[in-house]
Design a protein around this ligand. Structure first.
Ligand SMILES: Nc1ncnc2c1ncn2[C@@H]1O[C@H](COP(=O)(O)OP(=O)(O)O)[C@@H](O)[C@H]1O
Ligand SMILES: [Mg+2]
Length: 364
């Protein structure tokens, strides 16, 4: 699948911009603060319906405007032309449209076309809290399976109910109600843990190979799923939840659940976020991202779109070379402040960005 056209109205520092993308590498260059990342972000929002830079949707609306529109045209793997529109407003609810028809459930929309993003923020997957790693896995799984996203949303709703109940005064807590919630949570836990386990195994399968290639066989990566529920059946899960009951009531929150899961990443048997050098952390991230790319390609039987924000400045020459060779088969959007040394690349379309304006550079 290929994005052919992106049109922005009141998105971040763009009042009106229209960008025709090529099916290969699209390289946006320009000074800091000119609006390069904003373009990448808009493409991400058009696919995932949320930004990776902020949790507040309205932040992407241009200052002093009431709404923004992102229009993306793409061609799917069966060669059908499709149109999407994301409308975000200060006043109205967000609207997502597919071929001009409003989408009722976002879970039916997300995954229509797939994105892999590699940005400075992505390093949080390695260095940040477990929440960042769960999010990485959850977004990947949600792109691959509507079912996963729906069950995760249901789980989170139930967890909110459970926590609201646990926060009540002890005498007001209805134990039967907690029993009902735990019973339901158990089913979701079983499903989600199994999906997470399978996807982490798949990541491991690809990451092993990529990490070796990236480091000339010097580094071995291991990715381990950490959860309280691995391979447990429903009875065992329920038992575990109930065992925590008294403590949960005392602490007024749920101590066990998939909201506590984590993914541990080791390089040569040491946890990379603790013992790894900066370079090793970046390499591990690149490995994870390229594994994500491979998994989406395998499962969806089409290439995802790769968004690379400022990564060229973060990686050393040999890693950059590896990456650039890797991406030749993917539609890619790259941002960089310096285009020097990249001019000779084949299949690259250059775009100059300055203060909310984008200009395609014609090659002689
Ligand atoms: N909601 C907004 N409305 C208008 N301008 C914004 C908004 N959010 C960010 N900006 C502007 O966008 C610019 C940063 O764009 P960005 O794409 O991150 O730059 P870069 O080219 O360095 O990647 C800044 O000048 C910032 O003021
Ligand atoms: Mg930027």
């Amino acid at each position: 699948m290929i994005i052919t056209n992106v049109k922005l109205v009141n998105f971040r520092n763009y009042e009106n911009a229209e960008i025709e993308l090529s099916k290969n590498i699209n390289l946006f260059f320009g000074k800091n603060g000119s609006g390069k990342t904003n373009i990448l972000e808009s493409i991400y929002v058009s696919s995932i319906t949320k930004s990776y830079r902020t949790n507040k949707d309205i932040e992407v609306i241009k200052f002093n405007k009431d709404f923004t529109n992102i229009f993306v045209d793409y061609v799917d793997k069966r060669n059908n032309k499709k149109k999407t529109q994301i409308y975000i407003s200060n006043i109205n609810k967000k609207v997502v449209k597919e071929d001009e028809i409003a989408v009722k459930k976002l879970s039916n929309y997300i995954g229509n076309y797939n994105i892999v993003v590699f940005s400075p923020e992505s390093l949080d997957i390695i260095k940040g809290s477990p929440k960042n790693r769960r999010k990485f896995i959850d977004i990947l799984l949600s792109q691959l399976s509507k079912q996963y996203l729906i069950k995760l949303q249901e789980y989170n709703k139930l967890l909110l109910l459970k926590n609201a109940t646990l926060r009540l005064e002890k005498s007001k807590i209805d134990i039967n109600y907690l029993d009902v919630i735990d019973e339901k949570l158990t089913e979701y836990i079983k499903y989600i843990v199994n999906e997470r386990k399978l996807i982490i195994n798949k990541i491991q399968k690809y990451a092993e190979i990529i990490q070796k290639e990236l480091t000339n066989d010097l580094e071995e990566i291991k990715i381990k799923y950490q959860t309280d529920f691995l391979d447990l059946n429903k009875e065992e899960i329920l038992k575990l939840l109930k065992k925590q009951r008294e403590q949960d009531i005392f602490k007024k929150s749920s101590s066990k659940g998939i909201q506590r899961d984590d993914i541990l990443i080791y390089i040569n048997d040491l946890e990379v976020n603790i013992y790894g050098s900066q370079g090793q952390n970046r390499t591990a991230l690149l490995t994870l991202k390229l594994s994500e790319l491979e998994i989406i390609k395998e499962e969806k039987e089409e290439n995802p779109i790769l968004l690379l924000d400022d990564v060229l400045s973060e990686l050393d020459k040999s890693r950059i070379q590896y990456l650039l060779k890797y991406i030749t088969n993917y539609q890619t959007v790259i941002t960089t402040t310096e285009k020097e040394g990249l001019e000779e690349l084949e299949n690259v379309t250059f775009f100059k960005v300055s203060k909310g304006k984008v200009e395609k550079i014609k090659k002689e």
